[in-house]
Design a binder for this molecule. Structure first.
Ligand code: NAD
Length: 510
């Protein structure tokens, strides 16, 4: 196993360089797998937000925007590609830092870094393609007018992100925002900011123009709050909990600032009795909830099983769950690390105990991993947990856990399955596993969500739109929709007739 690197001591990344936070305060970085404090990050406050926003404004309009916001897309694409290259060069140390900061298995963190690099490359391509989409003509019913459309960067954007995929969630916003020509202030989660600060180090190394990207770490209300309400921030793109999303909307509403929100979920996965290969379906159900210890917004945390296969399916699910390697996330082959923090650990355990007290059955898991896991005496580890005998009024059915906990219900008919699937305030994702393509098609239309998976759960591609309905938020990230998040559409209409408009009587020439 590689030796863990030291956590680099960084300041706030503002105006192209490091800066100590105005109040001089720092927050501890705790390794959730060991509970040891392994470093610290700066705690920004409103004064630092002022500086970061001013740096981003300056970068947006410097030299009339010639070097960034109005530069050809190819100029920005070059920077994005160099960032992608640096991420690839540093893949193993960034992955290690991500694992130490978040508790996720090293294999997952390595995959995340590949996705980060791919996302920067993808939006580099879209930045270049954007130039070709400018001046697209609009067909008008009057010949004496000509009209076309410009897509312009929306301005200075505030990007507020969560801890579950720290650098990847930040990249889903930073890459398209920069591709569009925006300048940005990123505020990652206080629970996992280390790799986002390393992105600052990469920006210095590659000579990104100062102020194009600024990174301020710190607590939500102290650093994120002033960013969300700042009058000189033109848009907020937020990923996080529904509760915080509501606060962001309220703050932004005061100055009619646009927001896009990627919020929580309680997504269903429906399994029909016609599945040919039960183990294949079981593995997707496991991946849908236990990858990243269930700390995934789109986790398919409600499993709906056709009654005819329910018993057989659950037997296999338990057998597979027992086989998951729960270990120090740095250990080779680890498939379930710790959850991100003590708070998340306690919250998840409380969900499990409430489910038990409400009458559900903990079919498997529900505690700290024991048996062979003597080395896990410390750290915020939770067994993969399967809960049955669930009713629709129970908390475990209704609320997002954001931990390795799945709840299960049986159904008899397709319409009952759809009704149960849609029995949620959320609408991020959903899935169906069946051998009948027509049924899959029907179900994918019937589920009220932004994403539906057929015969799988959780695959995510940078080319495809990502986002939800209902209380899972609005707006779409990734793909061309991700770029549109940071563009504003301008109509240019020209009068091209030699004739006067002729609506008013001209005054007498006398
Ligand atoms: P959170 O809402 O607690 O925090 C998210 C971010 O908001 C953090 O950077 C935090 O510091 C900041 N914040 C907190 N209070 C704030 C305030 N008053 N003003 C401004 N900023 C504030 O969420 P979390 O615990 O970091 O992440 C978990 C949640 O994120 C889950 O609900 C999960 O479903 C959701 N999530 C959604 C997606 C998606 O794509 N839909 C992706 C990942 C996570």
């Amino acid at each position: 196993m590689a030796a863990p690197p030291a956590i680099p001591r960084r300041g706030l990344f503002i105006g192209g360089g490091w800066r100590e936070p105005s109040l001089g305060r720092r927050l501890p970085v705790v390794n959730p797998a060991t509970e040891a404090t392994i470093g610290d990050i700066p705690a920004a406050t409103a004064e630092d937000v002022e500086l970061a926003v001013a740096a981003a404004r300056d970068a947006f309009s410097r030299d009339g925007g010639r070097h960034w916001s109005r530069a050809p897309g190819g100029v920005r694409a070059k920077f994005l590609r160099v960032i992608a290259g640096k991420i690839k060069d540093r893949k193993s140390d960034l992955a290690l830092l991500e694992t130490l900061d978040s508790g996720k298995p090293l294999d997952e963190a390595s995959g995340d870094m590949e996705d980060v690099a791919a996302c920067f490359e993808y939006y580099a391509d879209l930045a270049e393609a954007l130039d070709g989409k400018q001046h697209s003509p609009i067909s008008l019913p009057m010949e004496n007018f000509k009209s076309y459309v410009l897509k312009e960067p929306i301005g200075v954007v505030g990007l507020i992100t969560p801890w579950n995929y720290p650098l990847l969630m930040a990249t889903w916003k930073v890459a398209p925002a920069l591709a569009a020509g925006c300048t940005a202030v990123l505020k990652p989660s206080e629970l996992a900011s280390v790799t986002c600060l390393e992105l600052g180090a990469i920006c210095i190394e590659i000579g990104l123009p100062p102020g194009v990207l600024n990174i301020i770490t710190g607590l939500g209300p102290e650093a994120g709050g002033p960013l969300a309400s700042h009058p000189h921030v033109d848009k907020i793109a937020f990923t996080g909990s529904t509760e915080t999303g509501k606060r962001i909307m309220i703050a932004a509403a005061q100055i009619v600032k646009p927001v896009s929100l990627e919020l929580g979920g309680k997504s269903p996965l429906i399994i029909f009795d016609d599945v040919v290969d039960i183990d294949k379906a079981v593995e997707w159900a496991m991946y849908g909830i236990f990858v990243n210890a269930g700390q995934v917004c789109s986790a398919t945390s409600r499993l709906l099983l056709h009654e005819k296969i329910s018993k057989q399916f659950l037997d296999r699910l338990v057998a597979w769950a027992k086989n998951i390697k729960v270990s120090d996330p740095l250990e080779e082959g680890c498939r379930l690390g710790s959850v991100v923090s003590e708070g998340q650990y306690e919250k998840t355990n409380k969900f499990i105990s409430t489910a038990r007290s409400e009458g559900a059955t903990i079919l498997y898991g529900g505690a700290r991993p024991q048996m062979n896991w003597q080395h896990l005496r410390r750290g915020f580890f939770i067994e993969p947990t399967i809960i049955t005998d669930v009713s629709t009024s129970m908390q475990i059915w209704r609320e997002e856990v954001f931990g390795p906990v799945i709840c299960v219900k049986e159904f008899r008919t397709e319409s009952e399955a759809v009704e149960l699937a849609n029995d949620t305030h959320y609408g991020l994702a959903g899935g169906v596993i069946s051998n009948d393509p027509e049924r899959c098609e029907r179900i994918s239309k019937a589920i009220h969500s932004g994403i539906v998976w057929i015969n799988c759960s959780q695959p995510c591609f940078v080319q495809a739109p990502w986002g939800g309905n209902k209380r899972s938020g609005f707006g779409r990230e990734l793909g061309e929709w991700g770029l549109d998040n940071y563009l504003t559409v301008k109509q240019i209409t020209k009068y091209c007739s030699d004739e006067p408009w002729g609506w008013y009587q001209p005054p007498s020439k006398l």
